[in-house]
Design a protein around this ligand. Sequence first.
Ligand SMILES: [Zn+2]
Ligand SMILES: [Zn+2]
Length: 249
Amino acid sequence: MIKTNLKFKKAVKRIFEKIKQLLYPPVCPLCEEVLLGGKTRICDDCRKKISYPTEPLCLKCGKEIDDTEAEYCRDCLDKPKSFVKGFPAMVYKEPVRRSIVKFKYQNRSSYADCFAQEIIKTHGREILDISPDVLIPVPVHKKKLEKRGYNQAEVLAKSLGNYLNIPVDSEILKRTVNTIPQKLLSDEERQKNLEKAFISNKKQVQYRCAMLVDDIYTTGATVESCTKALKSAGIREVYYTGICIGRDK
Ligand SMILES: [Zn+2]
Ligand SMILES: [Zn+2]
């Protein structure tokens, strides 16, 4: 009887999976073309168009730099960073750029899985070698969270944590003020806008080494502010990883 029940449940589950596939067929997160069979993944055409950061790279944030003699990008030289090292998977340009807009603002949280896989493909080995105690998503303000329904960095961190078997802590960092969109500000204003934008819940700190997770890294101002908050709460080493990184100025 129990066996029959189990078989029945499995059959029902399979039927629901099929219906779900018909209603929401798997798509490529970059071009949104429907894929035949299988699950959501980056299609072969889009894969050819992706830019991965290539040497020479900034030794700090992982951004591509033009000068083969230089060790760091301009942003890291202008404003030294207190995180140890960054591991971005791709360069922030098409076709990844528009996909991230959808991932962030248009309910495509399901794309997280593909992006997590890209991070693992490019930096999984290094992340496992570092073996952080925890993955910490860059938080969004409560009001933004209510509007969007999810924090894309948190969904990404959870997917990454699942694959790499690293716990995720979404509580330790909080965004205190609803900051003005960074893209509207000059570099100088960006840093000011972000100062004191993050606090950490000090009571919870039990980690020695943490890895921040975010979607896009541009100048590093956000990751730097988060790093400072985590370090002031006693975390000794902070790294970051993300889907993509901008180009050197
Ligand atoms: Zn595609
Ligand atoms: Zn850099």
